[in-house]
Design a protein around this ligand. Structure first.
Ligand SMILES: [Zn+2]
Length: 118
């Protein structure tokens, strides 16, 4: 099935093992999470908000990375969506490598300056 949050095509959904009225989703992009029945009904409306899907997917992924299974209800989802979208980590990595290249270039410059002084 398609992940109800990020629309990734290879998510697996099933009933929640705890017996709660929730659907368990295992998405290759977001990770594992649960959706309550009431959230399933109002999720399309909530996701119509700007950046809603990336915000929700990010929070689910963070929880999944720390070994937590997030059970989302409509109250929790609305609270998550009130927060701003975090800066993507790949952008930080890209800035890091640019700084690294600049540092190497600077090092090369200083070395050639030293060579010039000798
Ligand atoms: Zn997903």
């Amino acid at each position: 099935m398609i992940c109800p949050v990020c629309s990734y095509a290879f998510a697996v959904a099933g009933p929640d093992a705890s017996g709660r009225a929730a659907t368990l989703v295992d998405c290759n992009h977001c990770g594992k999470f649960g959706l309550t029945g009431s959230l399933v009904a109002c999720l399309p409306t909530l996701l119509a908000q700007r950046d809603a899907a990336p915000k929700l997917s990010h929070v689910i992924r963070r929880a999944h990375e720390t070994g937590q299974l997030l059970l989302l209800d409509s109250y929790t989802t609305e609270a998550i969506l009130e927060n701003p979208l975090p800066r993507p980590r790949f952008v930080l990595r890209a800035i890091g490598s640019v700084e690294c290249v600049a540092a190497v270039a600077l090092f090369g410059q200083q070395r050639s300056m030293l060579i010039g002084q000798i």
